[in-house]
Design a protein around this ligand. Structure first.
Ligand code: SAM
Length: 264
């Protein structure tokens, strides 16, 4: 494994979720799933010592943006300039996704402590997400790809699948990382849904899914009656939803329609 660590890894910082990839085959599979093409704009979140970056650097992209919170690694990457390479030292949770111009492919072995809020933001705030490939905790991967009626299906599943189709690329054990995490990891691929299938008013959908999945064992009519004084159960039946249904049984499309109807 020649290029797997561009830099000598400093002591891994737990607070930044640092578990560095040490298995080059895994890194290659992530790059394959990203389907890089000539002229791409590619962002890597959390490049760290550069296992994935090492395979991205030689590709014929137009732009490669590395977003890293750890100043040590951001400086290491900045010290190896290339035309079109930009290094941003900062918190991905505070990144202005709206300002990304053009289509972007985004990849990252995400810090597990911020992965869910980060993906939540990326799918709805990035104006033109072409594709994304993220390494996450396996349990989060299960939620990202969950179907209605399963115990993994929740607010994160509905929200993410309202913007992108999701599929699991592969699952790997702790030995692929240094230091090894306590859990298995999964690589998940996001492909954007056509514009007309995405929520017209994301803020309405966000409100509804958060409300519903805080009380997933309750019936929808109970949850909505309690939260919305003017709620009428006919709103549910008009959309083909039984008032007794629990949130976890609704499809992503039903959540979308319900959000638009309830909060219009
Ligand atoms: N890509 C490297 C690899 O696969 O070996 C490192 C992956 S490590 C799991 C997560 C990386 O994200 C670390 O480099 C860490 O410093 C960085 N990171 C943690 N929190 C971050 C945040 N909020 N914004 C940007 N980068 C962050």
């Amino acid at each position: 494994m020649s290029d797997i660590n561009l830099f000598t890894a400093a002591r891994a910082k737990k607070s930044l979720g640092q578990h560095f990839l040490r298995d080059e085959r895994v890194v290659q599979r992530i790059v394959e799933l990203l389907r890089p093409e000539e002229g791409d704009r590619i962002m890597e979140i959390g490049p760290g010592p550069g296992a994935l970056t090492a395979l991205l650097r030689p590709l014929p992209w137009q732009k490669l943006l590395l977003l890293e919170k750890d100043d040590h690694y951001a400086a290491e990457h900045a010290a190896r300039p290339l035309p079109g390479l930009e290094v941003v030292a900062g918190d991905a949770l505070a990144y202005p996704w709206e300002q990304l111009e053009g289509a972007w492919k985004i990849a990252g072995n995400l810090p597990y402590n911020v992965a869910s809020p980060l993906m939540w933001d990326i799918v709805w705030r990035t104006p033109n997400l072409a594709r994304a490939v993220f390494m996450v905790q396996k349990e989060v991967g299960d939620r990202l790809t969950a179907r209605p009626g399963t115990k993994e299906y929740g607010a994160l599943s509905v929200w993410i699948q309202s913007f992108v189709s999701t599929r699991k690329g592969f699952v790997i054990g702790p030995a692929a990382f240094s230091p090894p995490p306590k859990v298995d990891s999964a690589v998940v691929v996001f492909e954007p849904l056509p514009e007309e299938r995405r929520p017209e008013h994301p803020e309405k959908l966000s409100r509804l899914v958060k409300l519903c999945f805080q009380q997933r064992r309750k019936q929808l009519q109970g949850i909505l009656r309690h939260a919305l004084p003017n709620f009428d159960a006919a709103t549910l039946t008009s959309l083909g939803i039984a008032p007794e249904q629990r949130p976890e049984t609704l499809t992503v499309e039903q959540f979308g329609k319900l959000a638009e109807t309830l909060f219009s």
